[in-house]
Design a protein around this ligand. Structure first.
Ligand SMILES: [Zn+2]
Length: 234
């Protein structure tokens, strides 16, 4: 699992342990057959999702549903996202008008390492992003780390524009995607996270951007699937 040839391990080395059983269930959705009295808002509450998310998953253009209709429900098949950790009690939904994707432009690092670097650069709130997605080097491959700016619901420091920092969730995928590609797991994790933030948590409202849509930069790099993500998230 860790690609090791011998049984030597190092202090501080991160080891993958055990099978991830959920990997084989990645495309699993729950289904709900509409019964008498069911409404989309009622189902959204029961399943912990949102009306817009159910509508999008099922290609519905209105909230009319009929008895006997089989609806796809999200939330069952997450491999990397733990919704209970992202859904925080102090969420300020009015604050977040945008979600902005970045790469870190270096291969190494994790939320703690970047957080220290950002503090050294004078950012008193530390880690500039709200979320960091690992690549298997200094955190798990596809691991979603939640930064203190998300738990504190405070502005990011991930773009130059203060106006965007004040209103935008910053998601950093670790790697240099000018030179390399994101891992398959990173892309799955990124989709799970952005889907959850945009649709389940914020009612479909936030706009989706990659950094270079807004400012003069190569970020998130030419190997990041920008158009695919725009197709998916607007
Ligand atoms: Zn960026």
């Amino acid at each position: 699992m860790n690609g090791m040839r011998g049984d030597q391990i190092l202090v501080g080395q991160r080891l993958k342990i055990g099978e991830n059983k959920r990997e084989t269930e990645s495309s699993a959705y729950r289904y709900h057959t509409v019964g008498r009295g069911d409404t989309l808002s009622g189902l959204a509450e029961v399943y912990g999702t949102s009306v817009t998310r159910i509508m999008r998953l099922n290609g519905l253009h209105s909230d009319n549903i009929r008895i006997g209709q089989k609806l796809k429900i999200s939330g069952a098949g997450n491999r990397f996202l733990k919704p209970e950790l992202v859904r925080i009690s102090n969420l300020n939904p009015k604050l977040w008008r945008n979600i902005i994707a970045h790469h870190s432009a270096i291969r190494e690092g994790n939320a703690a390492i970047y957080g220290r670097a950002h503090k050294r650069r004078g950012m008193i709130n530390g880690l500039a992003y709200h979320f960091v997605i690992g690549n298997g080097i200094d955190s798990g491959d596809g691991e979603i780390e939640i930064g203190p700016r998300w738990t504190g619901q405070i502005e990011g420091g991930h773009v130059k524009s203060r106006a965007y920092n004040l209103t935008s969730i910053g998601v950093c995928v670790i790697g240099d995607f000018q030179k390399f590609k994101p891992t398959a797991n990173q892309l799955v994790a990124f989709r799970e996270l952005v889907t959850f933030l945009k649709h389940d948590l914020l009612g479909g409202k936030p706009k989706f951007y990659v950094h270079k849509d807004l400012e003069q930069t190569a970020c998130p790099g030419k190997n990041f699937p920008v158009s695919a993500m725009h197709k998916e998230f607007g």
